[in-house]
Design a protein around this ligand. Structure first.
Ligand SMILES: C[S@@+](CC[C@H](N)C(=O)[O-])C[C@H]1O[C@@H](n2cnc3c(N)ncnc32)[C@H](O)[C@@H]1O
Length: 245
């Protein structure tokens, strides 16, 4: 997803910047900085709703029960894009609370608009790097589920280090899942799917799910997934459970 990248900079220059890091993103990240302005209507919606249901990523642990106003099973979606799956899945499982994490502000704004229009009450949004969210903002063993739908595949070999789903991220996700919690990944990229399967299967805290999942696995087709269908890519779903203690 590179549509809003500045056009006058080479891949290599962008790589160097990313590897040098910045105050906000001091390591190689799984996303590129993308600019994107909000429409006037999105800005109005943002100003009305973000203070209640959105937050920028920070260092402090979130009191999720206070934020949602109830204590319910918690699911985190990493890289929610425009929030199509977030909204549909939140409506399908009103008994669960969903936190969508995304760096791209216009995507979050679209999600906010849908939340406001459809009066969805069980979604909260975090803007920033999901790795920071997992490391700092969410307690170990606090999540019922984690969803990662269509993570950027970074197909060039020299970019593989940027892939979100690598061994350390699997270990981090698994550490945040409760016993019996679920990790659900979907990708349209065959080679990344193989890589994800291999790394996920090697994570000692995860196992094949052979108990009833505490969350739905029914995803709507997102705009992004639709493009994959149009070019004939097949979709791989990968599901693990956190080993039950
Ligand atoms: C290919 S898009 C898929 C979006 C959405 N899941 C869908 O299916 O339409 C991947 C998204 O992940 C986001 N992303 C990548 N790395 C991220 C990270 N570390 N934290 C939060 N969002 C991230 C990107 O900004 C991008 O919007």
């Amino acid at each position: 997803m590179r549509d809003n990248e500045p056009v006058n900079r080479s891949d290599q220059e962008a790589d160097k910047d990313q590897e040098r890091g910045s105050r906000l993103h001091p390591r190689v990240t799984s996303f590129r900085s993308r600019r994107g302005a909000l429409t006037a209507t999105q800005q109005v919606c943002w100003d009305e709703t973000w203070p209640q249901i959105g937050r920028d990523v920070g260092d402090d642990r979130i009191d999720t029960a206070a934020w949602f106003g109830r204590d319910a099973p918690l699911i985190v979606e990493i890289g929610s894009g425009t929030g199509t799956a977030t909204a549909a899945m939140a409506k399908a499982e009103p008994q669960n609370d969903l936190i969508a994490v995304e760096v791209y502000r216009p995507g979050l704004a679209q999600c906010l608009q849908q939340i406001q229009r459809e009066e969805i009450t069980n979604i909260r949004l975090l803007r920033g790097d999901a790795v920071d969210v997992l490391e700092n903002m969410l307690a170990p063993e606090s999540l019922t589920g984690v969803r990662v739908f269509f993570p950027d595949p970074w197909p060039k070999a020299r970019h593989h280090k940027r892939r979100l789903l690598q061994a350390p991220t699997f270990a981090l996700i698994a550490s945040r899942l409760q016993s019996g919690g679920v990790l659900h990944v979907a990708t349209d990229h065959a080679e990344y799917a193989e890589f994800i399967a291999e790394v996920g299967n090697a994570e000692p805290q995860l196992t094949a799910l052979d108990w009833e999942s505490p969350m739905t696995h029914e995803r709507p087709v997102t705009k992004f997934e639709n493009k994959a269908h149009l070019v004939g890519s097949s979709i791989t779903e990968l599901i693990w459970g956190k080993i039950r203690s």
